[in-house]
Design a protein around this ligand. Sequence first.
Ligand code: AP5
Length: 213
Amino acid sequence: MRLVLIGPPGAGKGTIAEKVAANHGLAHLSTGDMLRDAIGRGTPLGAKAKEYVDTGRLVPQEVLGEVVAEKVRQLDGFVLDGYPRSLEQAEFLAALEGVDVDAVIYVAVGEEAAVGRLRGRRVCAKCGAVTHTETAETCGNCGSGDLVARTDDRPDTLKKRYGVYMRETEPVIEYYRGRGVLREVDGTGSREEVLARVEAAIGPIAACGDDKR
Ligand code: AP5
């Protein structure tokens, strides 16, 4: 099964993608995580991406496109989280041979709720697990890392990211609706409620994949 998750910053894409990938034995491919990792390790990709990620702008397609293409071509099934986020990227993904997307899950959350979630988001400095100030004071994964805010969750950068989402990524939702693969899911409520809705939306596709095995 090949899934794409789309939604505004703070919609909960990463949180959902991790669970769905684990539930169905799929790879979780997050372009945001991949870029932050490359920046942290000081790779050539990281060096090119840093100023864009730090300022909440999209990393240019010529920097990111082939990196994503190489990864998805190697995978039978994936949950793609954070790509595509422009029409250019959507067309690029559609043109990749043998990488037909089964469904695009649009996680619909209003700006106020999404931004509220990001204000409290914390990332473990040691293992990278994502948590929230409302639910945890220590890392629930490794138990020992410091919990820190993402630098691009600062209010000024967040505002820019939201603007980029409205301008560049919202049209991608209509692009996929027109292709008949969009599944819109209410992203409000608890993590468990949202996950249950996403699982219901992909249920028929997952069942179809099981039949093929
Ligand atoms: P990226 O990391 O993809 O950022 P984003 O799309 O803005 O999404 P976020 O990671 O902020 O939010 P999320 O929806 O995953 O929410 P999460 O699950 O963490 O990209 C970062 C940057 O990289 C971009 O700005 C760009 O520069 C670059 N980039 C990435 N992809 C690119 C591309 N394709 N092209 C060009 N550039 C690219 O949840 C948020 C918080 O809420 C967490 O604390 C979580 O615990 C909590 N939470 C989650 N669900 C719930 C719930 N139901 N109820 C309450 N709290 C919840």
